[in-house]
Design a protein around this ligand. Structure first.
Ligand code: TMP
Ligand code: ASP
Length: 247
């Protein structure tokens, strides 16, 4: 295995830092201990949350890679860092919904918990100033973010990822309610699944109790006592990791 030399910081987001490496086509992604909600309006520190998310995302990306779906993920380097292909992120968030929840429930005034006979795909334009609006394919193509062909290619991939992950999480007694993924282009212009897949970016409900096992525990719990909420969120992320580790 080649020795990886960590170089300067390339970018920093709300929950991750990206560092250059000695290989220009690879980066190190470092998971921080922060948790945010409502476009960063609520921002808290949860000790070692980054370690849990690094491990959870590693397990999920390893699974997706093993099915031949192309991702940026190369390997986990240490408890906080992963080696990944360097990509230019396409500024779109792709949301896949299997059960009605979150913004879809509010926007359309439909009851949370309704199971969708066909998954619903949504795209959100990653633009802080505009507060990441929901857009459609035609808007994305008009904005020259992506082509119709590339969108159709991504829809096929997210459908495969959804089928794979739905089954995988069900085997852990978890309903995959919805999730958000991002894609990027590497130096060869290949479209790769990128970013992370963690309880920050998915909704997981316990199959028996329907308890929320994801970042909603933070979003919803914000009105309660801060330290109690942080402990609960940590325990929930740990519970997800434990279930993923049971074979
Ligand atoms: P939503 O119901 O709030 O639109 O969220 C849909 C899914 O996308 C949910 O699993 C959480 C995830 N998500 C993110 O990963 N980042 C975000 O900024 C938002 C708003 C949602
Ligand atoms: N990811 C967004 C934030 O950090 C919104 C959310 O997940 O609720 O603020």
């Amino acid at each position: 295995m080649n020795c990886i030399i960590k170089k300067n910081l390339l970018s920093e987001g709300k929950t991750k830092k990206i560092y250059r490496t000695s290989n220009p086509s690879e980066v190190l992604i470092h998971y921080k201990d922060t948790i945010t909600a409502f476009d960063g309006l609520k921002n808290e520190f949860i000790q070692d949350k980054g370690i849990l998310n690094n491990e959870i995302s590693t397990l999920i990306f390893e699974l997706i890679n093993s099915y031949g779906i192309k991702t940026h993920f190369i390997r986990k380097i240490n408890n906080r860092e992963q080696l990944c292909q360097k990509v230019n992120i396409i500024p779109l968030e792709f949301v896949v919904r299997n059960i009605v929840s979150g913004s879809m429930s509010k926007r359309l005034n439909v009851q949370e918990g309704i199971r969708l006979s066909n998954p619903i795909f949504e795209i959100f334009y990653k633009n802080d100033k505009l507060k990441d609006p929901l857009i459609n394919d035609h808007h994305a193509v008009f904005l020259k973010i992506i082509s119709h062909e590339e969108l159709n290619f991504i829809y096929l991939i997210i459908s495969d990822i959804n089928n794979l992950l739905k089954k995988y999480f069900l085997s852990k007694n978890i309903f995959l309610v919805d999730f958000k993924v991002e894609f990027g282009k590497n130096c060869d212009n290949d479209i790769l699944l990128s970013d992370e897949i963690t309880p920050d970016t998915c909704r997981f409900w316990d199959k028996k109790t329907m308890k929320k096992l994801d970042k909603d525990s933070f979003r919803i719990g914000l009105k309660k006592e801060k330290d109690t909420v942080k402990e609960k969120v940590f325990d929930i992320y740990m519970e997800i990791l434990k279930r993923l580790n049971i074979r």
